[in-house]
Design a protein around this ligand. Structure first.
Ligand code: AMP
Ligand code: MG
Length: 490
């Protein structure tokens, strides 16, 4: 029988806090004035065995607005470093977030609770230790949108607003987000110990990660090598999913790369409205380092940084040989995700060319891939269904040849059209978190109306369902969507 718990009684077991203090600095959250609950995520509460009936908005605001210490938590700021925009920065670490602790649930899962926006720490540098409501809403929504799509991600238990303001794009209200994730270990955690020549601690960190995340590898000849291999494989799959769904992270620094290959640290990210290979989501990224098309290469570069940091533990030739595999792994994963989206359940040699041709066409026409794939699910030989597909394309004549090839390819599948449609509708979302949707919710929240944030959470949790009442989000984005400007400021 499952037993749910109250917030005061969560089953904390803080393994990271048991590591030596070189790994972190103990720090208390600094309270926000007038902290109040904006949104609570009951699905994430379930992961923590938290009984939603025992929590009140006041209690959540008290614990996650920094007023009172959450019983069982041991807040600390993690130390890490990392490569930002290609340059090593030794001065990183949790500058405005604190790991509160880890909750063990009845299913045996261990969840990190991380309070983002909790005030200054030893690693804040020139920052104020705060997060603003705008970016906190964006991170809160993104976690749920990714989860809904089946793309590995961090999530959040709740979002807390306040009466405190800080300077970003003008004065903006501060907020706190209780991020919940299996992993807050970044590539940059390893880089810290490597570049400080703290090889004993490096090994200790690696042992900690193997015990916690990869226990099945512990008996391998070189478990560090095996861990790297696993990280490389799952990271290749993660970026393949981003590419297949038009997601641009925006700040793919090594300190924003999770060891468990979850999409992590949402800042100026975008799901593209129109497919554009050189799309840059972050206006501060003048070099276009983190453009959409650059992501697989950048992720490989980041994996090389992680490999470098593991040199004291794994043979160089071995790491290099593994890096060589990335391209093939990535391509196979991307093709697999496209095949699923196209309703191709068998693998044929011609598929790679079919997908490449489609990507070229989508880029040429800057087509809205979400709306295109959704319409494609309904293709059934009728004129109306074909019209709906063509209507998504600025120049429909450009895609007709491809559609003929695609239909010929569908003809080689064994599954019937009705079954195919069901399976395609389950991987091709009707809804995606477009920037304008987040922007609308942010504007309403700034006016004290939190309903749009909460509505979007409901919508994004199941983006494949029809969700009547939300139809307007399935259509073309409004004209002003293109003028939304995203930056690192958060
Ligand atoms: P990010 O761009 O959010 O990935 O953050 C990069 C680094 O800057 C991390 O070490 C953060 O902890 C730190 N940082 C970001 N914003 C702030 C802030 N407002 N105050 C203190 N540190 C910050
Ligand atoms: Mg970060």
């Amino acid at each position: 029988m499952s037993v749910l718990r109250s917030l005061e009684n969560l089953n904390f077991d803080n393994s990271f806090a048991r590591l030596p203090e070189r790994f972190y600095q103990i720090t208390k959250p600094q309270p926000l004035k007038g902290a109040h609950l904006i949104s609570f995520n009951a699905e994430v509460a379930a992961l923590l065995d938290l009984d939603p009936c025992t929590v009140t908005p006041e209690v959540l605001a008290q614990y996650f607005g920094g007023q009172a210490p959450l019983p069982g938590s041991e807040p600390l700021a993690m130390k890490y470093t990392g490569h930002q925009f290609g340059v090593y920065n030794p001065d990183l670490g949790d500058g405005r977030g604190l790991l509160l602790g880890e909750v063990l649930n009845q299913a045996g899962e261990r969840w990190d609770l991380h309070l983002k926006g909790a005030g200054k720490t030893a690693f804040s540098r020139f920052g104020d230790g705060r997060a603003v409501l705008r970016s906190s809403i964006r991170e809160y929504l993104a976690g749920e949108a990714m989860q809904g799509l089946g793309i590995p991600t961090t999530r959040a238990l709740c979002l807390i607003g306040s009466d405190d303001y800080t300077m970003r794009e003008g004065m903006e209200p501060c907020a706190m987000l209780l991020r919940v994730s299996r992993c807050h270990i970044r590539f940059g955690h390893f880089e810290y110990f490597y570049y400080h020549r703290m090889h004993d601690e490096l090994r200790q960190l690696a042992d900690y990660c193997i015990e916690r995340y990869f226990p099945h590898l512990a008996g391998d000849e070189n478990p560090y090598r095996s861990m790297y291999r696993q990280v490389l494989h799952s990271t290749a799959d993660l970026v393949a999913r981003w590419q297949a769904y038009g997601f641009v992270h925006g700040v793919l620094n090594t300190d924003n790369m999770s060891l468990l290959s979850e999409t992590f640290d949402y800042g100026p990210y975008s799901f593209m409205d129109g497919y554009q290979t050189d799309y840059v989501s972050n206006q501060n990224d003048h070099q276009k380092r983190y453009a959409f098309k650059a992501q697989p290469g950048v992720v490989l570069w980041n994996l090389a940084c992680l490999g470098q940091a593991l040199l004291p533990l794994v043979d160089r030739a071995d790491l290099e040989a593994q890096l060589e595999c990335f391209g093939g792994l990535y391509e196979a994963a991307e093709l697999a995700h496209y095949r699923a989206r196209l309703g191709l359940f068998q693998a044929h040699d011609e598929d790679a060319a079919l997908v490449s041709a489609l990507k070229l066409l989508m880029a040429e026409q800057r087509v809205d891939m979400t709306r295109f794939f959704r319409a494609l699910c309904r293709l059934n030989g009728s004129d109306a269904a074909l019209e709906a597909v063509l209507a998504v394309w600025p120049e429909p004549a450009k895609v007709t040849d491809w559609l003929l090839q695609y239909q010929a390819r569908l003809g080689r599948e064994k599954i019937d059209a009705a079954q195919r449609q069901v399976r395609m509708l389950a991987v091709n979302p009707k809804y995606i978190l477009r920037n304008y949707m987040a922007e609308e919710a942010i504007r309403a929240a700034h006016q004290g109306d939190f309903e749009p944030v909460n509505d979007l959470m409901t919508l994004l949790r199941d983006p494949f369902a029809e969700q009547p009442g939300f139809e307007r989000f399935a259509g073309q984005p409004p004209g002003w969507a293109e003028s939304i400007c995203l930056t690192c400021s958060s």
